[in-house]
Design a protein around this ligand. Structure first.
Ligand code: FAD
Length: 407
């Protein structure tokens, strides 16, 4: 055993693992913390491949953890960016309806926004065109002034550097393989064994598998959904704000939209295409036969039962592999679109979406299992907007699961 006696061993160098380590070491600089990450650096997966949107918090029902953390998470990450002089684009967001039916969707978002105490205003055509002359609205739209964008990679690298400065030990190219039988919080990695008091599993796409080794995540399995984007190669003034459609609130995805990045480039996407294995980014990259069999088994069950309208959703999403189709969807949101500028694919990301096995439903909210008494805590379903929520979400995990003061 070369690495032992840690107070905490955190698995995963995405935003959740990083922000949990950040909170723990800030509260108690004497803690001995190891963070293990299988890649060469932090944020190789969702945390470095997302849209970078700091959501405002009006999509989620008031009883959800997402609603509880998004507004505060947005403010806290903005403060963090300001303190460390990181890039931020406070360009807001417009949500538009395409037709009369979708106006009901806008009303529902406004109701949720009010219940969550989020600043969100109905705007008319004139007001919308003052924000972005190019936006195409049907009678009215919603404007969210607090939505912003950051560079997610820059945020994660900054937290990583703070952790190093505070003597958290970060071990890269160190992959959790399995649990050590002889110790409740001991693990075997490709880089030696690690032991300590508590394991915190923030392994994103692999969190459910690791949790099962510790007796958790019995009800769930993970389904990967691929998000691809088209993007401009240069700053693009035709779009001034983030522009979103009314989403289907029965599933956790927000529909194809325009994102304005910190550098004023514009992205169209992301999709939510069912992937065939967990890190199925491109072609046969990171292909794992066992994973593919498992994922295809559940996707086939969803296809045949058509749970949450999966069949139609899968077909609709697959079509988005065609640039022209993605561009056609985007064109519904604006008056003019110079499509020649959107010929390049951006870096794809994969959503680590939990499926409840008994009901074949996608789990909408964050899930956390375990506790200090079990020597292990598991962050499951840290799907969007977990990046936005990361600071208050991590603090809640520590308060309720690590120190168990308010469970
Ligand atoms: C396309 C897309 C767009 C999104 N847009 C937004 C957005 O605009 N705003 C927002 O708030 N959220 C967004 N999200 C969601 C957000 O990116 C995620 O919620 C968040 O990044 C999850 O962070 P995480 O730390 O849980 O997971 P990850 O970032 O996936 O980190 C998990 C880490 O664990 C490591 N790991 C896995 N297995 C092991 C192992 N066995 N041993 C060691 N290490 C391991 C991985 O390498 C990885 O680095 C988006 C997600 C996607 C995919």
């Amino acid at each position: 055993m070369k690495n032992k006696n840690y107070d905490f061993i955190i698995i995963g160098g995405g935003i959740m693992g990083l922000s949990i380590a950040y909170k723990l070491i800030t509260d108690n600089p004497k803690l001995k913390i190891a963070l293990i990450e299988k890649e060469k650096d932090v944020a190789f997966h969702s945390s470095g491949r997302n849209s970078g949107v700091l959501h405002a918090g009006f999509y989620y029902t008031a009883d959800s953890l997402k609603a509880k953390f998004t507004k505060e998470g947005n403010q806290r990450l903005k403060e963090f960016c300001k303190e460390y002089r990181l890039k931020i684009n406070n360009c807001g967001k417009i949500v538009i309806a395409k037709n009369d039916e979708e106006l009901n969707g806008l009303d529902e978002l406004k109701r949720r926004g009010n219940a969550n105490n989020i600043e969100l205003n109905f705007i008319n055509e004139k007001e919308a065109s003052e924000i972005d002359p190019n936006v195409k609205i049907h009678h009215k739209a919603l404007f969210s002034p607090t939505t912003a964008t950051v560079d997610p990679m820059e945020v994660c690298s900054t937290i990583s550097q703070i952790l190093k400065d505070r003597h958290v030990q970060l071990f890269f190219e160190t992959e959790y393989i399995k649990r050590l039988d002889t110790s409740p919080a001991g693990i075997i990695t490709n880089n030696g064994n690690y032991d300590g008091d508590v394991i915190i599993n923030a392994a994103g796409l692999y969190a459910d598998k690791i949790a099962r080794d510790f007796g958790f995540s019995q009800e769930y399995t993970l389904l990967p959904f691929k998000g691809i984007y088209l993007k401009t190669m240069i700053p693009w003034p035709e779009i001034k704000t983030n522009i979103y459609p009314v989403p289907n609130l029965k599933n956790p995805f927000l529909g194809v939209h325009f994102t304005k990045t910190v550098n004023n480039h514009v992205k169209i996407g992301p999709t939510a295409i069912p992937a065939f294995w967990r890190e199925n980014y491109n072609m046969l990259e990171k292909f794992k036969l066992g994973e593919m069999k498992e994922v295809l088994w559940y996707e086939a069950m969803l296809f045949f039962t058509n749970s949450f309208n999966f069949r139609d959703m899968a077909f609709d999403e697959m079509k988005k592999y065609y640039k022209n189709h993605l561009l056609t969807l985007a064109k519904h949101l604006v008056k003019n679109l110079t499509i020649e500028q959107f010929r390049c694919w951006g870096t794809p990301g994969i959503r680590a979406q939990l499926l409840k096995k008994s009901t074949l439903e996608l789990v909408q909210d964050f899930v956390v299992e375990g506790g200090r008494d079990n020597h292990s805590i598991h962050i499951l379903n840290a799907v969007s907007p977990a990046f936005t929520c990361s600071f208050p979400f991590s603090e809640w995990v520590i308060k309720n699961f690590v120190y168990q003061t308010n469970k």
